[in-house]
Design a binder for this molecule. Sequence first.
Ligand code: ZN
Length: 685
Amino acid sequence: MTFSPSLRPWLLAAPLLGLAFGACQSGGTSASNQPDLLTANLDTTVRPGDDFYSYANGTWFKQHPIPASESNWGIGKEVQNEIYARLRKLNEEAAGAKATPGSVQQKIGDFWAAGMDSTGINKQGVAPLKAELARIQAMQSLADVQAAIAHLQTMGVNALIGPYVGQDAKNSEKMALQLWQSGLGLPNRDYYFNKDARTKNIRQEYSNHLVKMFTLLGQDAATAQASAGRVVQLETKLAASSRKLEALRDPYANYNKMAVSGLDKLTPGVSWKPWLAQMELGRADTVIVGQPEFYREAGRLLTSAPLDDWKAYLQWQLVHAFAPTLSQDFDNENFRFYGTILQGAKQQRPRWKRVLDAEENAMGEALGQLFVKEYFTPETKARYEKLTENVVASFRDHINALDWMSDSTKQKALVKLAKITRKVGYPDKWKDYSSLQIDRSSYAQNVMRANLWAYRYNINKLGKPVDRTEWGMTPQTYNAYYNPSNNEIVLPAAIFAIPGLMDANADDAIIYGYAGASTIGHELTHGFDDEGSQFDDKGNLRNWWTKKDRQLFQQRVNGIVRQFNDYTVLDSLHINGKATAGENIADLGGIVIALDAFKKTEQYKKGEKIGGLTPLQRYFLGYALGWQTTQRDERLAQAILTDVHSPAQFRINGPFADVPEFYEAFGVKPGDKLYRPDSARVKIW
Ligand SMILES: [Zn+2]
């Protein structure tokens, strides 16, 4: 569990989106002698009207099976692989350089060297956690438990509560202390209660995992069993008072502002002011509680659960947080449960990649700064800024043309659209890591100090003006997001990469489908999905719709909820239409909006075929390229329970079935599996 300081929890599940890399990519060839990327990926034994996902990507999937060390594989992973290779080079150079102490290069080099020193790490065993484990073991009172929890928070351990500082949803000019439901060892509440065989097995394996971890901590068999039982019991109670995935998407229901004294009333017997002071948050006088019933239960457990339960629970959460940084026995057991049982991966990813992941969490922007300097040119940045502008213009046309929205709401929607801040590529201002200490003595302790640094970086925002220039993702992240409080889209550089295709050689159809629809149009639409549309142009949770327009919008949302509820994915698991509605709306919106932007290009107007494909066909294939990804059943099952995104297959087949031009481009007819009659097609934006 990594500590994520800058985003609201419901932003963390940001979309995994596909985009293309810059003209700086090595090994490019000229357009004329390069085989057409889209044609090469096709599986023409599948009819596009039956399963466009497999038609578009089938040959690629056959050529790129999921590696044993992965639970999914696809274009994003290929992009990531290139980034890993580049970052590795930067790290090895830094480790070998005689860098100035305190410089970014010294920190990168030492983080890498300590992380790669598996011999030293194995020798240390659990020693890096000794002091923390002893503190937990010595607890004698509720006050001690609270002090331990407070301390663990600052280290990035997922211990019971989840405090962070973020913009007040109803006043985006103010930073506010927020408390979100937290503290579970399984991915979310459903894992503690679902009755299907798959989940039951995971619960059993979770208990086994807990026993093994306690054994590794030195407990005898009987004690380890008892400790595991205590953890499961405590977490199950927390899970019972935790909200479901779809319930977390209601911004009003998850906004409960109160004085800190009000929090005391919610949790009789627990005094928050001194507790928050231990978390370096003593200056907070109000707090926004996401899920009051969770905190009521947490308070009840604090004052009633036996001390030994808390000892077991906190030791578990501590060792869980740092297991990947400890000796091989901890690392392997952690992987066995979280990698293999939960996600289906067969073997650990190479150590060097995992160290880079940890370094990304620790000081991602330091890496990003080096990364974009070498690999993201001003020309590429300009191309995607221009593309963003064109997609925004098309969105404007779409709003104007809506037949269900009144003029007064349209005016407000247009203002909101115009005010969306567009961050493309990388931040103008970088995080300053000068106060972060990194050395070669202990990998785990480097990670601990980095977590503490991130914790303080976040909570120090309380009472300060909002910094709207900040980025919540690094430029080397293959992803993007919309942040409603800033009314902004954030598009990291890495998302503009297509492996094996130089940016300059990519035709507009690919770029508009891959980047314009699946990322830019998608993120813009998030400002107008069922959740984002409740925030106004200034980023405040405030209604700007007429009642009638909101009803008509909701009817359309209900249509897409029904459409996706009908998709069965695995066993009896089907997509959660309500939980994924925002993403599905954004996918559909991105496709139709970027399509109309594409229709203004020369390529579309000329209508010439490339690789035997019309511009319109290439547009849809370009979009499908962004979802060129497959996953193991285990991971798919996890995604259904925890991810607000639909699986890749349905991010293509679902929205395409609603778009008339798709039928036109591929001659889709009644009887084809994806065919939906006109009356059933969803149209929102
Ligand atoms: Zn999204």
